[in-house]
Ligand binder design. Structure first.
Ligand code: ATP
Length: 518
């Protein structure tokens, strides 16, 4: 086995503890504790260290069932042995199967009962053998009724190493594999309940084009966050991280959310805050979120306000005023609830807000310490353009690139618009021509308007019909007028109804601002 380096703290604890465990029983108990840490709820009854069959060999039996339940250690062993079989130079006979719902690349290989495969770890040979065990000693049971059991045998002198390092590494490796293979899900709230679909947005952090080190900054931040469980525990802080992703339409904000989800293998809970009828409902939704997940609020400038507003008569939102009925959930309410609930659950959670208009956000959200990292997805720069060209056409250079670089320095164009041109044809030259034409036209002020791209929705399926926002009252000062419009939109606005290609967003090619310690 290529030794996996399990970065699991529990594993490290276990490894150091087991070095002082002198008895087989002591080591086995520690192993049980470790497995319980890695696979919570694991049935452990099927794991048994046998007395040595000879003075020189030990055998660990891993049975298929623990009582009436599947033994999850057996399942882990089966997945691990499958990787051994795939790597083995020759195995006489194997079975192949595809777990339900798994992609073709996840074919599981298995030994035939009675056969064995040898693994090498820390200089020791470890033999995995599969056999069958019949219930009832004399009964003639059909072969299919028999239960399978893995026998892991090794020289007695390697006992501590096997229990202390090898088996924990096997468990950690299988856990990592299952995380990688896991299909992420997208949840959306409908009438107070989460409805789930498979997240089909295949964006990755490699395919979202970004300029100037932004990708590296985001990846580093995410990976650092994941490894800091101890830091969050020691400081008593909720193990969560907040990202504000902002930028003009079509710059890849939703794609970045999907990429983060795919990178971490975290499910996304896309909260349609306008559809939440009360704080109680919001609390229930938050409680029902699973660990290792992302809470997403898109277009947060339209979705939330800081605090319950007072209506024209100055009445507070006590539930009786008509105004308050539309404004049950507030930004500070959401953030406080998230803080409270997540600090007690102790698992990795990510909060992402997106907006096309950072300038319209409530200052409460921009306060230091509120969102840990601000990620600006900007108009397309030349670095991002080259990434798109490389991703879509495998082209890294082209005679028109010099002109494109100059044009991109002069015009504002969303990556989505460029992507649309590049994807319009398989002919690389024609695609680059189309992209350069878009830029020339934009500079000349001719051609199509910005924003004619196909939005890549995270959502599949219809949302609940939403009420139209009330018309904005006219005021003299632009900023004040906008604030009033925002107030009117809350509770029933279209979440994505921001003007396309709006020129209000700050010009820029993307960037990142981190806040606070991770
Ligand atoms: N930076 C990018 N890299 C790669 N593709 C991009 C990028 N930006 C946009 N696209 C493509 O453009 C389409 C729309 O992008 P996306 O929906 O992620 O943008 P957005 O910023 O969330 O837009 P909106 O503000 O309108 O919600 C998608 O098909 C996506 O693949």
């Amino acid at each position: 086995m290529a030794m996996a380096s399990p970065n699991n703290k529990a594993l490290e604890r276990y490894k150091s503890a087991v070095t002082v465990a002198t008895s087989v029983v002591g080591a086995a108990m520690l192993l049980r504790r470790l497995i319980a840490d890695i696979l919570p709820g694991t049935a452990l009854g099927g794991l048994l260290l046998l007395r040595p069959a000879s003075a020189r060999r030990h055998v660990v039996l891993i049975e298929e069932f623990d009582g009436a339940l599947y033994n999850r250690v057996f399942l882990a062993a089966r997945a691990y042995v499958s990787t051994l079989l795939a790597a083995a130079p020759s195995v006489p006979l194997m079975k192949a199967s595809l777990p339900r719902g798994a992609g073709a690349e996840h074919v599981l290989l298995a030994m035939r009962p009675g056969t064995a495969v040898v693994d090498v770890f820390g200089g020791a040979d470890l033999t995995w053998r599969l056999s069958r065990k019949h219930d009832g000693s004399r009964r003639r049971a059909a072969a299919e009724d028999a239960r399978e059991v893995f026998k892991l045998s090794f020289e007695a002198r390697h006992k501590d190493m096997v229990l202390g390092s090898y088996l924990p590494a096997v468990m950690a490796r299988v856990e990592a594999m299952s995380q990688e293979q896991r299909q992420t899900k997208l949840y959306s709230n409908e009438w107070g309940k989460w409805r789930t679909v498979r997240l089909r947005n295949a964006s990755t952090l490699a395919t979202v084009a970004m300029d100037g080190g932004l990708r590296e900054a985001v990846v580093e931040d995410l990976d650092r966050f994941l490894t800091r469980k101890e830091y969050y525990r020691q400081t008593g802080r909720a193990w969560k991280r907040g990202y504000l992703i902002h930028g003009p339409p079509g710059t890849g904000k939703s794609s970045l959310v999907a990429a983060i989800s795919n990178h971490l293998h975290f499910d996304v809970y896309d909260l349609d805050i306008g559809g939440v009828r009360s704080n109680t409902e919001l609390r229930k939704l938050l409680i029902r979120m699973k660990n290792r997940s992302i809470l997403l609020v898109e277009d947060v400038d339209c979705a939330l306000t800081t605090a319950p507003r007072r209506d024209v008569n100055g009445e507070g939102p006590d539930g009786s005023s008509p105004a308050s009925k539309n404004h049950k959930v507030t930004l500070s309410g959401l953030l406080n609830m998230v803080d409270g609930l997540w600090s007690s659950s102790g698992q990795e959670r990510i909060l992402i807000f997106t907006t096309n208009h950072k300038d319209r956000l409530d200052p409460a959200l921009l306060r230091p310490g509120r969102m840990d990292m601000h990620v600006h997805m900007g108009y397309c720069g030349f670095v991002a353009f080259r990434e798109l060209a490389a991703n879509y056409h495998g082209v890294h250079d082209h005679p028109l690139f010099a002109e494109i670089e100059n044009l991109l320095g002069e015009v504002e164009v969303a990556p989505a618009e460029v992507a649309e041109k590049l994807l319009a044809t398989d002919d690389t030259d024609a695609a680059v021509e189309m992209a350069v034409k878009l830029l020339r036209d934009r500079r000349a002020g001719t051609g199509e308007d910005a924003g004619g791209y196909i939005k890549q929705k995270l959502h599949v399926g219809p949302r609940r019909p939403r009420r139209q926002p009330a018309p904005a009252p006219r005021r003299g000062v632009v900023g004040a007028a906008r604030r009033v419009v925002l107030d009117e939109e809350i509770g029933g606005s279209s979440r994505r109804g921001q003007g396309r290609g709006s020129g209000t967003a700050r010009r820029g090619r993307g960037g990142v601002r981190g806040r606070g310690r991770r």
